[in-house]
Design a binder for this molecule. Structure first.
Ligand SMILES: Cc1cc2nc3c(=O)[nH]c(=O)nc-3n(C[C@H](O)[C@H](O)[C@H](O)COP(=O)(O)OP(=O)(O)OC[C@H]3O[C@@H](n4cnc5c(N)ncnc54)[C@H](O)[C@@H]3O)c2cc1C
Ligand code: SF4
Ligand code: SF4
Ligand code: SF4
Length: 397
């Protein structure tokens, strides 16, 4: 008899996409949290019938991407109100609405009432808001791969969205092309665990003396950037990127899943039909798109890439709801590091170890010490004469 498979030899080989869990005919796989709250598939050896399906379905370990950009655009949604609730320019919502209007179903990441992050399917416009906006933590795809497959088999139009590793996992799970499927991946620099996010929000609640009633990582009312906001006791609290321990560790890239540092999707080879992201650096690449007669940069500008012929055809259909201007992959990648290479691992292991031992309170303390030191050193630097600063720089470099 075959042995029970080893799903991954090291954590860096598993992105937690859930394809193995979805395909298992014996229901023998569950996702379980490790000490940092990151979820990994675990096999119940008593239930396992040793069929090996879970090993062959793993795209993260077995499959190389071959799709590369066919068309690249800078893009904004024509529906400004919806775009305000999105992270960049509301491209996802515009595509999702088109699919919903055709009677389709849309899958993506949503918060639950306790700020967990899961993939869900939505079937009408009123619930679309749940999928809008970036949730900067790992979304559990649950059983949405098998649910979406059932929908596809009925002939219904399906839009499945997520990180590139989730889309690659989903496609490998399906095992064949479906005409009625359109997939969207986001440019992605890595995911912290949901436990980290919940611990951070708990600290916020302690600080402000109440429950977090609403939360978003990207508050567009203060412009296009990585500043969020929460509503606590009915009051709005702005989460500035420069003053939040979570956004500090997240943007430094020190709290992601282990596999994110060797991510094979941080490049032009993408698994989905369409890729969406922030068009960071557009003011340098396309100043002609902005300004008086162009787009308002503060409202957010997206990048949109068609990686397949199906994606390119879909974009033609969306031209009434998305304002498009041609660009190139190299212009997009110039300002978006995640289109060029994965995040650097740097202090990741040290910081995650600290989190495991001391919780988010420990990381908050470390963050305050860092910020205090940075403020102090920049004050000292500002007091030094320019000539002395240049000499010191030369000496220490
Ligand atoms: C963890 C993470 C890292 C990112 N890193 C970058 C980056 O480095 N550079 C960049 O240009 N853009 C990045 N993005 C994408 C960016 O924040 C926007 O999501 C993207 O520009 C789409 O914006 P939108 O206005 O069209 O749609 P929005 O309404 O903002 O986005 C909704 C879409 O995001 C998906 N989504 C949201 N949270 C998650 C999640 N946790 N897991 C899987 N899918 C999710 C939804 O399923 C939906 O498809 C990241 C997003 C996430 C979630
Ligand atoms: S299929 Fe996905 S969850 Fe399963 S081992 Fe591979 S990467 Fe991990
Ligand atoms: S070998 Fe088959 S039964 Fe066992 S866990 Fe993998 S998919 Fe499930
Ligand atoms: S960085 Fe890569 S491996 Fe990590 S969540 Fe994003 S797509 Fe997946």
């Amino acid at each position: 008899m075959n042995a029970v498979p080893e799903l991954f030899h090291a954590k860096e080989a598993c992105c937690g996409c859930g394809a193995c869990l979805n395909i298992c005919p014996a229901n023998a796989i569950t996702m379980q949290e490790d000490e940092g709250g990151f979820i990994y598939p675990v096999i119940n050896t008593e239930r396992c019938i040793r069929c090996g399906c879970c090993k062959t379905v793993c795209a993260f370990q077995n499959r190389e991407e071959t799709n590369s950009p066919i068309e690249c655009f800078a893009a904004v949604s024509t529906d400004e109100d919806r775009a305000k609730k999105s992270a960049s320019a509301g491209i996802f919502a515009a595509i999702a609405l088109s699919v919903l209007k055709e009677g389709g179903i849309v899958y993506g990441a949503a918060f639950d009432e306790l700020w967990g992050v899961h993939h869900i399917g939505i079937e009408d416009e009123t619930t679309l808001e749940k999928l809008q906006g970036s949730k900067y933590a790992h979304s559990n795809t649950e059983r949405t791969f098998s649910e979406a497959k059932k929908q596809l088999q009925t002939g219904r139009k399906v839009l499945y969205s997520g990180t590139p590793c989730q889309i690659a996992g989903f496609k490998e799970y399906l095992g064949k092309e479906y005409e009625n499927l359109i997939t969207v991946d986001i440019v992605c620099h890595g995911v912290p665990s949901v436990r980290m996010l919940k611990d951070y929000l708990r600290l916020l609640e302690e600080k402000h003396g109440g429950k977090v009633e609403q939360f978003t990582f990207r508050d567009k009312s203060i412009g296009w950037g990585i500043n969020g906001c929460a509503v606590i006791n009915g009051k709005k609290v702005t989460i500035w990127q420069s003053a939040s321990s979570y956004l500090y560790y997240f943007t430094k890239g020190w709290i992601y899943r282990e596999n994110c540092y060797t991510c094979k999707y941080a490049c032009e080879y993408r698994p989905a039909d369409l890729t969406i992201g922030d068009y960071w650096g557009i003011e340098k690449q396309h100043p002609e798109f902005l300004g008086k007669n162009g787009w308002d940069e503060t409202a957010g500008i997206s990048l949109l890439i068609a990686n397949t012929r199906k994606g390119a055809d879909a974009i033609e259909e969306y031209e009434t709801v998305i304002d498009l201007k041609e660009s190139t992959f190299s212009q997009m990648a110039a300002g978006n590091a995640q289109l060029r290479a994965p995040s650097q691992i740097e202090k990741r292991d040290e910081i995650v170890k600290e989190y495991v031992e001391e919780g988010w309170k420990g990381l908050e303390k470390g963050y305050k010490a860092q910020i205090g030191y940075r403020r102090y050193s920049s004050q000292i630097k500002s007091l030094l004469p320019a000539k002395l600063k240049r000499q010191l720089k030369k000496h220490f470099n």
